[in-house]
Design a protein around this ligand. Structure first.
Ligand code: BV8
Ligand code: ZN
Length: 232
């Protein structure tokens, strides 16, 4: 069982998504804020955006959708999470075996050599300036930007598990960003039952075995209740 998730699963925690009407991309240009060139052009601006998002995420809680996955995992010990989200909420909700396809917003690494760097939690850009690696490179957020490849081992492992899945949930993703968006199609092509949970239609909807057009925070706990009833 694979739970493939996007920004929509964190919407009910109060974390803005990217492509909804009040999402991040409606205000900012992703190529400036989520690409290496954009970072090199204006590292302070990009750091301001990521530090703002870190603050925001620290102030919210996982929602019933994240906790619903923990409950499914208590019954299915081979249920894994493959998330595009960088908000760490799956880990905070106690989900097991979480694969972060686009990295983690709380990670920091060197722009040049990639070495992991640590930043004091109450880091202040104005006073501290952008930290530097011992190699001289600038610190950057440990997330995958546009034009960057996803962590190879993670991606390979997730594609393997997807091809073997019996049931694949695609939750809260506009299914537009590749290569992650390939996963529901891959699951379908390898015989999984694919269930999409999203209030809106996506390019994948027409291929899903079941489309539940409701918020994930409502429908996942409900699905678990019904499953428990069926297993009783
Ligand atoms: C790669 C950073 C190449 C982390 C993100 C032109 C120029 C450059 C690149 C490209 C290009 N054309 C195509 C590409 C490839 C590009 C791509 O696919 N672009 C798309 C937009 C066309 N992909 C890449 O660049 C990837 N890398 O291809 O490298 C390469 C190839 C080989 C070798 C070397 C290199 C890298 C992709 C990762 C980009 N990083 N962000 C961060 O800061 O967060 S993208 C961003 O979009 C986030 O990571 C996010 O995870 C991802 C996907 O968005 P979603 O999670 O789906 O969120 P979204 O807002 O879109 O949708 C929310 C959904 O939730 C909606 O459907 C809504 O209806 C639903 N919803 C709302 N409320 C609820 C709900 N659902 C359930 N319940 C609710 N309550
Ligand atoms: Zn370095």
């Amino acid at each position: 069982m694979v739970f493939f998730t996007g920004a929509g699963i964190s919407a009910e925690s109060g974390v803005p998504t990217f492509r909804d009407k009040d999402g991040y991309w409606s205000k900012y240009d992703p190529m400036i804020l989520a690409s290496v060139d954009g970072f090199r052009q204006d590292p302070e601006l990009v750091w301001e955006w990521y530090l703002y998002r870190r603050e925001k995420i620290i102030s919210v809680e996982p929602n019933p959708a994240h906790f619903g996955i923990t409950r499914f995992q208590s019954i299915f010990n081979e249920a894994i999470v493959a998330t595009q989200n960088v908000d760490d909420l799956h880990n905070r909700a106690g989900n097991r075996e979480v694969y972060e396809l686009h990295g983690n917003i709380f990670a920091t690494k060197c722009l040049e050599c990639g070495m992991a760097l640590d930043m004091p939690p109450n880091f202040d850009l104005k006073t501290h300036g952008i930290p530097q690696c011992e190699c001289g490179g600038m610190a950057r957020p440990g997330v995958v930007w546009f034009g960057e490849s996803l962590p190879r081992e993670t991606l390979t492992r997730v594609f393997e598990l997807t091809r073997r899945a019996d049931v694949f949930f695609s939750i809260g993703t506009s299914t537009e960003v590749y290569p992650a968006a390939q996963l529901p199609f891959e699951a379908k092509n390898h015989g999984a039952v694919v269930i999409e949970i999203n209030p809106n239609r996506t390019p994948f909807s027409v291929h899903a075995d079941l489309v539940l057009q409701q918020p994930s925070g409502e429908i996942l706990p409900q699905l678990f209740e019904e499953l428990q009833f069926a297993l009783a």
